[in-house]
Design a binder for this molecule. Structure first.
Ligand code: GRF
Length: 190
């Protein structure tokens, strides 16, 4: 059995989809949800599925390696960020080298970096007149959105698209590809 830890702080649709996908799997198990937001959408799903939850704040995450020690006790094969906006601290990067992945709602290296999240990303894509956007699944390193790219998938941006309609297209790609990519990464590890 390969264990997953999910970090999610927003609406949580990606995290929820990952939980749904592996609910009945005999190979992959979501062992823990980590969030800095008591109101994160995924918390309700986690509760229903009896997945333990770790609520964190900035001092807990940044001022000591304690969070890494807690995560280690769940023996994760992969730590999956799904809408988690805070920078991953050095102690976690060192404790889990190459084992932390993120999803970004654009085609990196374009439209990445600090402050580039949510509607801002899609507004920038539309503002620049790009004809395509998409998703990037990548490893996490010490810089926002700069780790090794694992997978990109594209969608068309039409002249009628708004940030909201583009966000929907991108979300569809995310839900289609994130769990699938995690599964493949873990299978390739054997
Ligand atoms: C996604 O668009 C993802 O690319 C980004 O944060 C968003 C999270 O959406 N990292 P949700 O909370 O999973 O719906």
């Amino acid at each position: 059995m390969k264990n997953l830890i999910l970090f999610a702080s927003g609406t949580g649709t990606n995290a929820s989809e990952i939980i749904r996908r592996f609910r009945d799997s005999s190979a992959i198990k979501v062992k823990l949800i980590v969030s800095n937001n008591r109101k994160a959408g995924v918390l309700e799903v986690a509760q229903k599925q009896n997945i333990p939850l770790l609520l964190i704040n900035r001092p807990l995450l940044y001022e000591s390696p304690e969070v890494s020690h807690i995560l280690e006790s769940f023996e994760p094969a992969l730590i999956v960020l799904a809408g988690f906006l805070w920078k991953i601290p050095q102690h976690m990067l060192e404790a889990f080298p190459g084992k932390i992945v993120n999803i970004h709602p654009a085609l990196l290296p374009k439209y990445g970096g600090k402050g580039m999240y949510g509607a801002r990303v899609h507004e920038a894509v539309i503002g620049n007149g790009d004809r395509e956007s998409g998703i990037t699944i990548h490893k996490v390193n010490e810089n926002y959105d700069e780790g090794q790219i694992i997978l990109q998938q594209r969608c068309q941006v039409s002249p009628e698209d708004t940030a909201e309609s583009l966000a929907q297209k991108v979300h569809q790609l995310e839900h289609k590809w994130y769990a699938h990519t995690i599964e493949k990464l873990l299978a390739d590890e054997k």
